[in-house]
Design a protein around this ligand. Structure first.
Ligand code: ATP
Ligand code: MG
Length: 559
């Protein structure tokens, strides 16, 4: 024991002969010794030198052995202390053991090997105790470490469960919107046929009414109502993402700024508007729809603060979405996004209804105040742009919607303006539609503009007719959805016969058509139902003029 450093033993005894003989013997045994002639000196040395073992006489003047014992046990319970007592004082020795002495020796000690043995066994016991304490400490550390690891992995698991649940909810929501969208899109499609008839026939009836007759007024009302219905169908197609609004790379911030200007003018001053609108990269979008997003969200925010007043905060900035964030949202890819945040300090949304707010026609507003289409339209637009929308809300505290729209590298294109007026012509148009009323409408409209019309109710007959008379036809106007052969296939076949023939494809909704598919089939233009006579006349005229190689159209009134 004690190879590198000698073990130090403190011997306290008021009898010089005893403490010296102890010390001498222990030195012989290889220990380093310290001696003290009374209790208080002994304690001083103990506190200063921290000996490895203490030998103390029980009976000393002033501070006696029991006091020393008590102090040493209290201050350093791991230091072995052996008491030495006079003959016959065995009761003292037992008392000392109770107080914490490790062993006792009775004076006089005739055989010094007793001392050696007592010291050795006390030191060995101290060593074992120390080892076991170390061992215990290691064990406790290992347990604590394991507990920490377990807690961490449990937290990770909980987080994963929460994220999965959220993703699941988003997926259910996306699927719900998808099926509602399909249904609504189908209804809107049929409605568009009907509306085109209404608008068209109202137009024709007006044309054929004597000037100044009362009927003209009524027919204007019919057209007006039909236009309102057209708007509604357009909204339904927007949230079902089946509208065919062309998307161009645009800057978002000017539209947001413009919308905010209008909002400031229409929202009372009890609502403070804070805006932080920074330019972002371009987004494939339609400015009217971006405008609609801002208006719908801000109107909702305004309504939620109407009674209390509050703060409406609109922020636009560019953000990078990383894989982590993207993985927490259905259909979101990592990349650069324009993030539009609209936050209010209004009444908040009840957690029990929050998963329904994007449903079409879901509203908590009283009759006449809201249709419940606002958020579903926003949702439809955002999803069509390949973006996502998040909502966070707390009752009585407020709500925040954030929209992420993917940024593209393309340059922004200036929007074209089209004038609304009737333009005449005298070419021959082949009209193909399986619905009789549509054929009549188109024929009447075109003939009233001066065109000659050949019509067909069956696309296969139309193809036959075109084969026979293609040199007499200047343009083909065909519906998309028809039994037997779709408008797209018809276009393909027709273009094979005469590659320069312009074809206009008429459709109620996009039906999975994109620019590439259309252009590949040889279709010159897609015309969305319902359309007005103005629109039809413009498109036909533009295309025919292009085909004539920029010659000025024959707008004469003859025929
Ligand atoms: N910022 C908001 N604060 C509190 N509730 C909101 C907020 N935005 C939406 N909501 C809740 O979501 C519902 C649906 O909103 P949505 O915009 O789709 O319809 P609406 O506002 O009721 O009607 P519409 O927009 O067609 O006039 C609201 O009726 C309202 O309960
Ligand atoms: Mg609304």
């Amino acid at each position: 024991m004690g190879n590198d450093k000698k073990i130090t033993i403190l011997s306290i005894d008021d009898e010089a002969s005893i403490r010296e003989s102890f010390a001498a013997h222990l030195e012989d045994d290889g220990y380093h010794t310290l001696i003290a002639e009374d209790g208080s000196v002994g304690l001083e040395i103990f506190q200063r030198d921290h000996p490895d073992l203490v030998l103390v006489d029980l009976r000393m003047k002033e501070v006696d052995g029991l006091d020393v014992l008590e102090k040493v046990v209290k201050e350093s319970p791991e230091t072995p202390i052996i008491v030495v007592s006079g003959t016959g004082n065995i009761r003292d020795a037992i008392y000392a053991l109770r107080l914490g002495a490790w062993n006792y020796l009775l004076k006089p000690i005739e055989d010094m090997s007793i001392l050696t043995h007592a010291v050795e066994s006390a030191l060995e016991r101290a060593r074992l105790l120390n080892e076991s304490r170390e061992h215990q400490r290691h064990l406790e550390e290992a347990v604590a470490e394991k507990t920490r690891e377990l807690r961490l992995s449990n937290e990770e698991l909980q987080q994963e469960i929460r994220e999965r649940k959220k993703l699941q909810e988003q997926l259910v929501q996306a699927q719900k919107m998808e099926s509602i969208g399909t249904l609504a899109g189908g209804i809107a499609h049929d409605f568009n046929n009907i509306l085109t008839s209404i608008v068209g026939f109202a137009y024709l009836a007006k044309m054929n009414s004597p000037k100044g007759s009362a009927g003209i007024d009524f027919l204007d009302r019919v057209a007006e109502a039909a236009n309102r219905a057209t708007d509604l169908v357009k909204q339904i197609l927007t949230f079902s993402r089946m509208d065919n609004q062309e998307l161009l790379p645009i800057m978002v911030w000017p539209t947001v700024k413009e919308a905010m200007k209008l909002l400031r003018a229409s929202i009372p001053t009890t609502i403070e508007i804070r805006q932080n609108i920074a330019p972002t990269g371009n987004v494939m979008a339609d400015p009217t729809q971006v405008y609609q997003i801002v208006m719908n969200l801000c109107t909702n925010a305004y309504h939620s603060m109407q009674e209390t007043g509050g703060v409406l905060e609109v922020d636009l900035q560019e953000v990078i979405i990383d894989a982590d964030f993207a993985s927490m949202h259905v259909n979101l890819k990592p990349g650069l996004y324009a993030s539009l945040s609209i936050r209010d300090t209004g009444q908040g949304i009840d957690p029990t209804i929050i998963d329904r707010i994007f449903d079409p026609y879901f509203t908590t507003k009283e009759k006449g105040k809201g249709t419940g289409l606002g958020l579903s339209v926003v949702h439809g637009i955002v999803r069509r742009y390949g973006g996502t929308i998040t909502v966070a809300s707390e009752l009585t505290k407020g709500t925040r919607f954030i929209i992420y729209l993917p940024v593209v590298k393309d340059e922004a294109k200036p929007a074209e303006k089209t004038a609304e007026s009737l333009i005449r012509g005298n070419e021959t148009v082949l009209v193909v539609d399986d619905e009789k009323s549509m054929v009549i409408i188109n024929r009447e409209m075109l003939e009233s503009l001066g065109y000659k019309v050949i019509s067909c109710l069956d696309s296969r007959d139309a193809l036959k007719m075109f084969r026979e008379r293609h040199d007499k036809i200047d343009l083909v106007l065909t519906d998309m959805t028809m039994p037997g052969m779709t408008g797209l296939t018809l276009a393909r076949e027709i273009v094979k016969i005469r590659h320069d023939i312009p074809v206009i494809l008429v459709t109620g909704f996009s039906e999975g058509l994109n620019d590439e598919v259309i252009k590949k089939a040889g279709v010159r233009e897609l015309l969305m139902k319902p359309y007005t006579p103005d629109k039809l006349s413009q498109i036909i005229r533009n295309i025919l003029d292009e085909s004539h190689g920029g010659q000025s159209p024959n707008n004469s009134d003859e025929s």
